[in-house]
Design a protein around this ligand. Sequence first.
Ligand SMILES: Cc1cc2nc3c(=O)[nH]c(=O)nc-3n(C[C@H](O)[C@H](O)[C@H](O)COP(=O)(O)OP(=O)(O)OC[C@H]3O[C@@H](n4cnc5c(N)ncnc54)[C@H](O)[C@@H]3O)c2cc1C
Length: 387
Amino acid sequence: MKTSIGQGFDEIRDAVRALCAEFPSEYHRRIDEERGYPEEFVDALTKAGWMAALIPEEYGGSGLGLTEASVIMEEINRSGGNSGACHGQMYNMNTLIRHGSEEQRRRYLPKIAAGELRLQSMGVTEPTTGTDTTRIKTRAEKRGDRYVISGQKVWISRVQHSDLMILLARTTPLDQVRKKSEGMSIFIVDIKEAMAKGMTVRPIRNMVNHETNELFFDNLEIPAENLIGEEGQGFKYILTGLNAERVLIAAECIGDGYWFIDKVCDYTRDRQVFGRPIAQNQGVQFPIAESFIEVEAANLMRFEACRLYDAGEPCGAQANMAKYLAAKASWEAANACLQFHGGFGFASEYDVERKFRETRLYQVAPVSTNLILAYVAEHVLDLPKSY
Ligand SMILES: Cc1cc2nc3c(=O)[nH]c(=O)nc-3n(C[C@H](O)[C@H](O)[C@H](O)COP(=O)(O)OP(=O)(O)OC[C@H]3O[C@@H](n4cnc5c(N)ncnc54)[C@H](O)[C@@H]3O)c2cc1C
């Protein structure tokens, strides 16, 4: 496969590829079958410093940008792995770096960089409000030097494999704010401490091997100093993380897309039916070529979104569009890959069905394609808000 997009990161790509090569498909397949967590893989990424890519050098990280972080995530997925086990740290990081106090940065970042702490979880979604985030019902009430948290979250990932979580809660009731995006705050929550003091974690078994949970908060007390930034401005801060998340997911989908295309090209070149390789049929070639074109186009948007994010410029539109294009392209590539493996696409040992399930998630989470279309309609095309 020849692609010229995203060149210039050879050193990072080569190093991440070499690390990923130590964890071949058999490893990821076994973890998937056992519904386990790729502990050794995440540890290796942490020890090699990749999970601290975004942490500034003065706090022990490598001070790289989102562009480089996205290359790391892309390479993990391109190798046959799934960044879903560890990408949380990448997209949560800038929320803490950009909006946390100097004291919070000093307290957490060096330990995260050293691999002593993991910041893998972000708690936003709630069962009764779904995508309508400003209506969240989880409350954080200030009482002296504590906040007391009650409410419920759903689909909160990697809680059991993280030490810290960034949690969004309402600090001012919806009917008392000027704008519905105001009155929410973000907190850094020590997960183990919280589990001992009022937070219950209930795992959700799901289609992908993705550790995700329901969370229940029953008067959980956390120190007031765990508030990130100013009280009431949390929604604005969390958007920094969400834009990063969209760009990183786009990169992961692009990694998946290239993986599917490589896999299906290799298979269809070899597979002989009717006395010739199945790849010789245009009915086989065209869907593969089409999905390759779409992955390449998504990749251009992904690097544009990265560029804007790293320059500190507004990138909401590009981050959303990159995620939309990449999730769609990887899904088309996945479909073609499964289809042209015939029956073998369904056999676990080919890894296609696993990657197919994994990449399907990104049409729904972390933001559904419909909501991206609604964002672009409203914020880019100036059409009336539809919800
Ligand atoms: C495996 C997994 C991991 C996740 N991890 C996390 C996590 O770590 N942290 C976290 O906070 N959340 C997480 N999520 C939640 C995820 O972000 C949400 O599932 C997603 O944003 C969709 O929200 P919802 O499920 O409530 O769907 P709903 O809001 O109920 O929407 C359902 C569907 O309806 C459609 N829809 C809704 N509103 C509109 C509208 N106005 N216009 C058009 N169509 C609309 C969309 O197609 C949408 O997919 C995770 C989800 C999954 C499945």
